[in-house]
Ligand binder design. Structure first.
Ligand SMILES: *Cc1c(COP(=O)(O)O)cnc(C)c1O
Length: 523
């Protein structure tokens, strides 16, 4: 089933919708008196299932009579028109959603609502308690122009709740949702393993952040990765990097060993290697991780996308260490972007979560959604709520972390106890050129090759006071780890490599800490 949401100017409001409005008993909608107005309709396979009228008054649009579904007024009023239309469609068990809002985007952008994009409409449209007080008996919300910057939209991730006036997002942990007298669902939700309001709130922010049509959140990064791998047909060919996050490579190797997939690894540091790997046989999935853990080689996403698409393969990008404030893989041609939200997106080392964001919500995307439902991999409501909280400060956290990391990389490069610094935004790194084009908001991870062997590197890691010796990355506290020990037996990481995740401490304290540790370890 296809749901199309389209627009027309006020003088062309379809009769069918007028009928729906009448049955919905919305007394204050006086159609002939509408001034400059926009009509939004939601159609399922051609049948009108809902609609909304937006009246434009100067800079503000007033949303009237949000979604009407099957003659009933839909319950989600006061939130977002497009969102409500989607909800109405989901409530009917619609599998595929195609949002055709280009005309809506044009309409809004000519009035300064520049951030309304395909599938990313919710954030700029805010309901206000004030307006529902003025017109309490209608489903009315005020449209606020939040401008075109993601920082602004993230700061207002979720619209203020018109019934309570709450500014902070609600946490809705309910596992189940009611049906009315007619046994029809009374909202867009059924059962929390499928989806739930807080989960969808964070998903809409994540889709907006990466510029995708839709996002799905999972209980961990690996659960998200597994759901994606599940779309590869039996024995299908997956191409991935020789050096990459070891947990994901372990999973690929395990699936390859039992014949579920065929795995080919390519050298991520060689720009021509991916193309040769792809040419060998038909490929279903190309999985790249950029920058690559822990050498921080930067793979050119646009050229990887071109290579993958030439052979009809899907390009998915693990962008965990380059969150969307520095790299937006979908804009560079990737089909799906993956993040372990455990890292920068949440940023406080207090939850595990994974996210997939898609450029197109196509049938493969429906399959992934269905897989999540069947395997039960959805993120919990509390974690979704915490993740919303983390996302709201992502841009300032990351900017500061990246600035400190750049200073620390330069500092360490001049240190006698350090044989080499691996930081892609230093001209000495082999990926410097592509990194300068692709890491637009900087980079906050640094690897050091210390003078000496593995025990020498381990001594440095244990001698730090400010850096905590632990694995993981992206939190407010700086971490240091001896990567080869963490990865274990199959590790191909240099034995003298230390991986640093730079947090929010003062960079001078971090540099002094490293100087002290290097002096102790080499004395
Ligand atoms: C942590 C991480 C993962 C796995 O995510 P989890 O949330 O731990 O399951 C995948 N890729 C990269 C680059 C990571 O850092």
């Amino acid at each position: 089933m296809t749901v199309v949401i389209s627009t027309s100017e006020g003088d062309a409001i379809p009769d069918a919708f007028v009928g729906l409005l009448e049955t919905a008993e919305l007394p204050t909608v006086d159609l002939p008196e509408l001034g400059e107005a926009l009509f939004l309709s939601a159609r399922a396979d051609g049948d009108l299932i809902g609609g909304a009228i937006v009246e434009i008054h100067g800079e503000l649009g007033l949303l009237r009579s949000v979604v009407v579904e099957a003659g009933r007024r839909h319950s989600g009023v006061g939130s977002v028109i497009v969102d409500d239309a989607i909800s109405a469609a989901r409530g009917r068990g619609v599998g595929s959603l195609y949002l055709l809002t280009e005309t809506a985007a044009d309409f809004f952008s000519s009035r300064g609502f520049s951030s309304i994009e395909r599938g990313a409409a919710p954030a700029p449209i805010q309901a206000t308690a004030e307006f529902s007080r003025v017109c309490p008996d209608t489903a009315v919300a005020m449209v606020r122009n939040l401008g075109g910057h993601i920082e602004t939209r993230l700061s207002h991730t979720v619209a203020a709740d018109p019934t309570t006036g709450a500014v902070a997002p609600a946490l809705i942990p309910s596992t189940t949702f009611t049906r009315g007298d007619d046994h029809e669902l009374t909202s867009a939700w059924i059962y929390s393993r499928n989806s739930s309001p807080t989960v969808e709130a964070v998903e809409s922010a994540l889709a907006d952040l990466d510029g995708g049509e839709s996002a799905l959140v999972f209980g961990s990064g690996m659960a998200a990765f597994s759901a994606l791998l599940d779309t590869v047909p039996p024995g299908g060919h997956v191409v991935a990097q020789r050096i990459m996050y070891h947990g994901a490579q372990d999973r690929l190797r395990a699936l390859d060993a039992r014949g579920a997939i065929t795995l080919t690894l390519f050298d991520q540091a060689d720009p021509g290697a991916l193309r040769s790997a792809i040419e060998a046989q038909p490929v279903h999935l190309v999985w790249i991780e950029t920058p690559t853990n822990p050498t921080w080689d930067v793979v050119d996403i646009a050229s990887a996308a071109a290579s993958a698409h030439e052979v009809g393969a899907l390009l998915a990008v693990d962008s965990t260490v380059a969150p969307p404030v520095t790299t937006r893989p979908l804009e560079l041609g990737a089909d799906i972007v993956f993040h372990s939200a455990t890292k920068y997106l949440n940023g406080h080392s207090d939850l595990t979560a994974g996210v997939l964001v898609t450029r197109d919500a196509d049938t493969r995307w429906d399959t992934i959604r269905e897989t999540r439902k069947q395997m039960g991999g959805v993120l919990g409501a509390f974690e979704a709520w915490l993740l919303i909280r983390g996302l709201r400060t992502l841009h300032v956290r990351f900017r500061r972390q990246a600035e400190s990391a750049a200073a620390i990389a330069r500092h360490c490069a001049a240190h006698d106890g350090v044989a080499a610094v691996l930081y892609p935004l230093l001209p000495s790194h082999r990926s410097y050129d592509v990194a300068s084009r692709q890491l637009l908001g900087g980079f906050a991870m640094v690897s050091l090759l210390v003078g000496g062997d593995a025990p020498a590197a381990q001594r440095v890691a244990t001698a730090t006071d400010v850096f905590i010796t632990a694995t993981s990355l992206g939190g407010v506290e700086s971490l240091i780890e001896h990567r080869a020990s963490v990865e274990g037996l199959h590790s191909v990481v240099a034995p003298n490599l230390l991986r640093l995740s730079i947090g929010l401490e003062h960079p001078e304290d971090l540099m002094a800490d490293l100087d002290r540790a290097l002096a102790i370890a080499t004395s």
